[in-house]
Design a protein around this ligand. Sequence first.
Ligand code: SF4
Ligand code: SF4
Length: 109
Amino acid sequence: MMDFGFYLTPSSTIELDKVDRKAVDDLARADSGFRTCIACGSCTASCTAGVFAETSVRRAILSVLNGRDEKAMDLLSSCMLCGKCMMVCPRGINTRHLILSLQKYYNGK
Ligand code: SF4
Ligand code: SF4
């Protein structure tokens, strides 16, 4: 293998072929924000809970797209549904609805 001077540790390797596409499609149907998010990070920067805990809508969405549903749930476990992230999202994503859709989907499994 060619040495590029860096490597991916196994824990951060994303095997997109193994991602559960059905879960991604189901969630995108429940809330289009999973498709329209541009990962700008405004939600994370403004998050009320982010000061106290590792909370990030941006990373939760990316985790879903990368097949890491447990990580996505962890990242939103301290969310208080205050809606601040919704007010700053440049794509107008209803983040509270997105968060609730995510929790409903995985808690119902
Ligand atoms: S603010 Fe909106 S577009 Fe930006 S990362 Fe958060 S959900 Fe995605
Ligand atoms: S709704 Fe949740 S994720 Fe969004 S700013 Fe409030 S605590 Fe953070």
